[in-house]
Design a protein around this ligand. Structure first.
Ligand code: ADP
Ligand code: MG
Length: 218
């Protein structure tokens, strides 16, 4: 599903990634672990086309991303990848449902189509009663579930999550983790999660450790 070859990335003199090779199979849940500053976020952003590697390639199925221009890339990203960040990054002025619908609008869906899918997802995530709430009126766990619904609204093949449970208490954390596995079981999604959480990395199909810019134990 995802194949990264010899990815390198530097910021000025700082060599962050020194040749990362990584393959993720369809419907696999892979966690990426490693010390703070190891380059986990950088790698995830490169896998997600939000950042560009200095060298190396990323392929999704047989599509070589290097061959796409910016416009094609943003279309690809909108259709194929759902992002979940550590801080939910919901827009404060918009309701839960509106936040979820935004990627669908960007993708050209009608209001009716977007809202239908958005409601369905929020319901699936136990937020049926929270559609019209603004992010500030939701708990941390609820905000993060809205962010997951937003990531799912275009039915992406891949979900990339960067420390998604980093700011949740134990109960909400466990619920969110379970949700990733439910999603995979239900929709067959391929999921890559950067995490510090040992329980989550222990549950995942495969744990990849990044250290000193390379994969330590692929
Ligand atoms: P992690 O997510 O594993 O904590 P990051 O990928 O965020 O690590 O960062 C890896 C290293 O690259 C860190 O030393 C960080 O300070 C540096 N870095 C990340 N992004 C940038 C940037 N845009 N400009 C300069 N340095 C950066
Ligand atoms: Mg990070």
């Amino acid at each position: 599903m995802i194949k990264a070859k010899e990815i390198t990335k530097s910021f000025g003199d700082l060599k962050v990634l020194k040749g990362i090779n990584l393959e993720v199979r369809k419907s696999e849940i892979v966690t990426i672990v490693g010390p703070s500053g190891a380059g986990k976020t950088t790698l995830l952003q490169i896998l997600g086309t939000l950042d560009k590697a200095d060298s190396g390639t990323v392929e999704y199925d047989d599509l070589l991303l290097n061959t796409l221009n910016e416009k094609q890339l943003s279309k690809f990203r909108n259709e194929q990848i759902g992002f979940v960040f550590q801080f939910h990054q919901l827009l404060p002025e918009f309701t839960a449902l509106e936040n979820v619908c935004i990627p669908a609008y960007i993708g050209g869906k009608s209001k009716q189509e977007a809202e239908e899918r958005g409601k369905q997802l929020l319901e699936f995530l136990g937020l049926k009663e929270r559609l019209e709430h603004k992010p500030s009126e939701l708990s941390g766990g609820e905000q993060q579930r809205v962010a997951v619904a937003r990531a799912l609204v275009n039915d992406p093949a891949v979900i990339l999550a960067d420390e998604p449970s980093g700011n949740l208490d134990t109960e909400n954390k466990q619920e969110l983790h379970k949700l990733f596995f439910d999603l995979r079981d239900k929709f067959g999604q391929t999921i890559v999660i950067v995490t510090h959480d040992r329980e989550l990395s222990g549950m995942s199909d495969r744990k990849i450790e990044i250290k000193d810019g390379i994969i330590f134990n692929g």
